[in-house]
Write a protein that binds this ligand. Structure first.
Ligand SMILES: NC(=O)c1ccc[n+]([C@@H]2O[C@H](COP(=O)([O-])OP(=O)(O)OC[C@H]3O[C@@H](n4cnc5c(N)ncnc54)[C@H](OP(=O)(O)O)[C@@H]3O)[C@@H](O)[C@H]2O)c1
Length: 344
């Protein structure tokens, strides 16, 4: 495969930085790299694959035919450049919520519905971080028996809200330990030594925006609009990696052994389930790795029909929940026969 023209929009951000890491680690063939951010960062330098690059202003960038655009600068930013990029023949892999639920836009987890990449019209959406981690973990179980209903509680790290939120958790921890009053700036409440209902706005149904995204996106990824989902999203004082406790109701009976075997043999997930050592998925272990950790698999004792399981998952939301998944999608795009690269 020849190299590709690739731009990273939001390159200075928490996701953008991990995008570069994933591209380098996976040896994604890059001929020309365009690190893009706002005018605030234009002119700053960064290093990628041993070469120094100058960050450029997204607004001044000229997209080209066949260019792959890995985008993570917020939904409003994607809306400003989407048409400009697509009209130039570029293909956007977008990490924001801007177009995820738009009809005709594939919302892709390669391990689940990678074939959807072929149906794009210039933009492929990368799912919400919690939905990404959830669906890659549930898919091997869904294949054992259709899932009818999920009840989910999330434990979401500070980095899910970006680089400034990570810095706020770090500095607040120091301030609290020094006995100082903390003054939240990024989050609405103190994050150090605290937790709170996810900071996304509450919507008319009483759920917050994050919760409603996970519900809608999980249904779209599984192509199952009837999947019932109840969810509570919570922000916790963890720097990186989201965790989720999930109660699953299946259509048919599913045993713990079947579930463990399915997780063991599926891509993108790793079974961490040692009852003797009381060792189960933790952010400290999922941090920085590609696989989503799945464990605490047990039969739901509140029912007697064998159709319920409880599981706990932990995944690096900056990798599988964002950057890694986007790079995996880009790898699929460039493998498609109709893709025209820089040379095409
Ligand atoms: N963090 C996660 O775990 C995660 C997971 C999945 C999806 N996402 C989504 O990815 C996006 C970025 O998240 P993040 O956590 O990386 O945020 P972040 O750390 O705050 O970074 C934001 C990035 O966007 C750039 N940017 C902001 N305004 C811009 C503009 N007008 N033009 C061009 N670039 C602009 C910033 O550049 P400057 O440095 O120049 O300001 C920075 O590079 C969000 O839509 C978020 O919802 C995040």
């Amino acid at each position: 495969m020849s190299g590709h023209r690739l731009s990273v929009v939001g390159v200075t951000g928490a996701v953008g930085q991990v995008m570069l890491e994933c591209l380098a680690q996976r040896n994604f063939p890059v001929d020309e790299l365009y690190p893009l951010a706002s005018s605030r960062s234009a002119g700053k330098k960064l290093t990628f694959a041993g070469r120094e690059y100058t960050i450029q202003d997204l607004d001044k960038h000229e997209f080209k035919k066949g260019e792959i655009v890995l985008s993570s600068a917020g939904a409003s930013v994607t809306r400003t450049f989407r048409d400009r990029a697509i009209n130039a023949g570029a293909i956007i892999v977008d990490n924001t919520s801007a177009y995820r639920m738009e009809e005709g836009v594939p919302l892709v987890i390669p391990e689940v519905n990678g074939d959807q990449v072929a149906n794009h019209s210039g933009l492929i959406a990368n799912p919400n971080c919690c939905a990404a981690i959830l669906t890659v973990a549930l898919w091997p179980l869904y294949k054992l028996s259709r899932i009818k209903r999920l009840v989910i509680s999330t434990y979401q790290s500070a980095s899910g809200a970006g680089a400034a939120a990570m810095a706020e958790l770090e500095s607040q921890c120091g301030e609290v330990l020094e006995g100082k009053e903390v003054e939240p700036k990024v989050f609405p409440h103190p994050i150090a030594f605290n937790l709170f209902s996810h900071n996304a706005d509450i919507e008319p149904n009483g759920y917050n925006g994050e919760e409603n995204k996970v519900v809608a996106e999980t249904r779209k990824i599984f192509n199952d609009p009837d999947l019932a989902i109840a969810i509570t999203c919570v922000r916790v004082p963890v720097l990186r990696s989201h965790s989720e406790a999930v109660n699953i109701e299946f259509e048919d009976e599913v045993s713990v052994e079947q579930a463990c075997e399915a997780i063991r043999s599926a891509p993108g997930v790793r079974l961490v389930d040692d009852r003797e050592k009381n060792y189960f998925p933790m952010p400290i272990d999922s941090n920085g790795i590609d696989d989503v950790l799945v464990g605490r698999i047990r039969t739901d004792i509140s029912r007697n029909d064998g159709r319920g399981l409880e599981i706990f998952i932990s995944g690096d939301q900056l990798r599988k929940g964002a950057a890694l998944n986007a790079v995996q999608i880009a790898e699929k795009v460039v493998q498609m026969p109709i893709y025209e690269s820089v040379e095409g």
